[in-house]
Design a protein around this ligand. Sequence first.
Ligand SMILES: Cc1cc2nc3c(=O)[nH]c(=O)nc-3n(C[C@H](O)[C@H](O)[C@H](O)COP(=O)(O)OP(=O)(O)OC[C@H]3O[C@@H](n4cnc5c(N)ncnc54)[C@H](O)[C@@H]3O)c2cc1C
Length: 433
Amino acid sequence: AMVGAQLPPGKSCFCKLAEAVDECACAVDSVDGFNNNKMFPVLQALLQKDFFRYYKVNMERPCPFWPDDRECGSKECGIEHCDDEVPEGLRKPPARPNGSQHAAKEPCEDSNNFDPLDMTISSAKKEKLQDMDLHDENEDKFCDVDDEHSASMHYVDLARNPERYTGYKGNSAQKVWQSIYQENCFKPDMKFDKNFLLHPTTTGLCLEKRVFFRLISALHTAITISIAAHNYKPAPHGFGEGTWYRNVDMFKARFSPETTWGEGPQRLKNLYFVYLLELRALVKAAPYLQNEMFYTGDDVEDSETRQAVERIIDIANSFKDHFDETMMFTGIESHARELREEFRQHFMNISRIMDCVGCDKCRLWGKLQTHGMGTALKILFSDIPSSHYRTPNGVVQLPFQLTRNEVVALFQSLGRYASSIREVAEFRRILDV
Ligand SMILES: Cc1cc2nc3c(=O)[nH]c(=O)nc-3n(C[C@H](O)[C@H](O)[C@H](O)COP(=O)(O)OP(=O)(O)OC[C@H]3O[C@@H](n4cnc5c(N)ncnc54)[C@H](O)[C@@H]3O)c2cc1C
């Protein structure tokens, strides 16, 4: 449906999504007000805290689906040659070479040498981080991630590596998006017709399949918005520094109905959908999070973090029209279980596809966002009773455990969606004038 038609004359931005989010009991503009005025500012401040800014990730996992063609892992353009920050930088912060080593190399078309992945963390901080992560180990239900204690996992400071334009595009990016969307092809449900012949049917699969599609499309939307909001123009003739700017034309081209066969507004709506899904996961995990120490070893910092999390939970609770996960995986028990399992397997594959992303920074955020979404799905749909209970000494326990990394991924990915919704408002403001 075209949304522009319902707007007052002169206010015809396609990004005014004055409609329900679908599958949810609320309108887009109520999410806008809630997020932009309440949630986003507090969440953004929280994500700067030590507990939340360091994410542990294995950036070296090979792509399990096709021969690795990541530019910055290839011979001509390996991390050591093309990207001036390497994972070893965790142990000894790499010096930024001033060109000589690079000038001799073929420039890497899609690499981000103007904005490389920054893996530096001070050694004091690193020891502290290991301390922070010593607690619970736990298997990830919806994501294929390494054991947090494995040697190939390294900390990345997310605050130093904002998601933005990297120049990653072309075949590799296309192939990754294509395989991600192919994961949406659930096997069709089969039913008997009156002659006892089996036929595929989509009944029963529809909602779950739609939700799955909306999740990946939302990820795509959020990434595109980050790229448009933080776009890069190289300096003329390649001399000197380029400039970062807001690319309104790109936003328009990627989301207006005219240039997307009418799909753009729905793609924007998917962003609101995933935001609501993760918000609901946060509310569901609240009793668990309220028991977390958010330990970093710094008492003042930790207590500030706990207070900020508490505020975020209050804000999330103040939102009335939460996503209702109980409408999913319903129906005959065995069938619902099978469907949930299929959903989980497909989502697991999406998390694996992230290892095929050919640009470090894109891969980092892709992995983090799928991990965050996977954590939300785990909270919402793990095969566990949904109620929490109190132990005799009054401690609230949920029947699930989250690792620090999962908590970080959940909040950081919610942060990405919150920030994208905030950016939509900014683009909308500019496009309206
Ligand atoms: C996981 C991942 C992370 C990335 N991170 C970054 C990054 O941080 N910085 C960066 O500069 N680049 C990043 N990229 C690359 C970026 O997403 C684009 O692929 C690139 O900008 C080229 O864009 P494009 O115009 O070819 O269209 P693409 O964005 O590649 O889209 C390809 C096709 O998918 C369909 N499509 C687009 N959006 C949606 C949607 N929301 N829902 C459903 N279908 C859609 C359209 O048919 C479109 O033509 C990333 C890519 C991947 C796969």
